[in-house]
Design a protein around this ligand. Structure first.
Ligand code: ZN
Ligand code: ZN
Length: 158
């Protein structure tokens, strides 16, 4: 099934097109559909992305979506983030060195701007001679909705 390129007029897609070309990748509707899916639902799992892409391109195999996603991560268009004890999530790479807040109760993920403003953000007490590129920071906590739910549960229990 061929899909139309009606979404190709969006500025975001021009950016993606030139980024893909600069990495020697052909601009295919499959690659654009995966980028679109990741863009539409930031921090989605690969499984969510597969579902989203296949709602647009039903003939694209699950395996192909995984391959494209991994390739986009390799060329730095998509970044992968692994919350503790939860499947990897993907988002369009922004290059702003942002971090993530993860609700350990419901799994909600929110972006948190880099505390320092540039990578690696955290200065270790011992760098072992490494040239540090980045630090991955995950703030674990309880989101406002869960705090509210917990408070409500406590009231009911009393
Ligand atoms: Zn929560
Ligand atoms: Zn993020």
């Amino acid at each position: 099934m061929e899909t139309t390129a009606e979404t190709a007029t969006r500025p975001r897609q021009d950016e993606w097109t030139s980024h893909l070309r600069s990495h020697g990748r052909r601009v295919t509707k499959q690659r654009l559909a995966v980028l679109d899916a990741v863009d539409a639902v930031p921090h989605a799992t690969a499984e969510d992305t597969v579902r989203q892409v296949r709602s647009v391109l039903p003939n694209m195999s699950v395996q192909s979506v995984y391959v494209v996603l991994a390739d986009l991560a390799t060329i730095g268009m998509v970044s992968k983030f692994e919350p503790p004890g939860s499947p990897a999530r993907y988002e369009i790479r922004t290059g702003d060195n942002h971090h993530h807040a993860y609700c350990t109760r419901c799994g909600l993920i929110q972006d948190v701007p880099c505390a320092v403003g540039h990578a690696p953000c955290l200065t270790p007490s011992q760098d072992h001679g490494f040239t540090l590129l980045s630090a991955e920071v995950v703030y674990r906590g309880i989101c406002p909705q869960c705090q509210h739910d917990i408070a409500a549960d406590t009231l009911v229990a009393q």
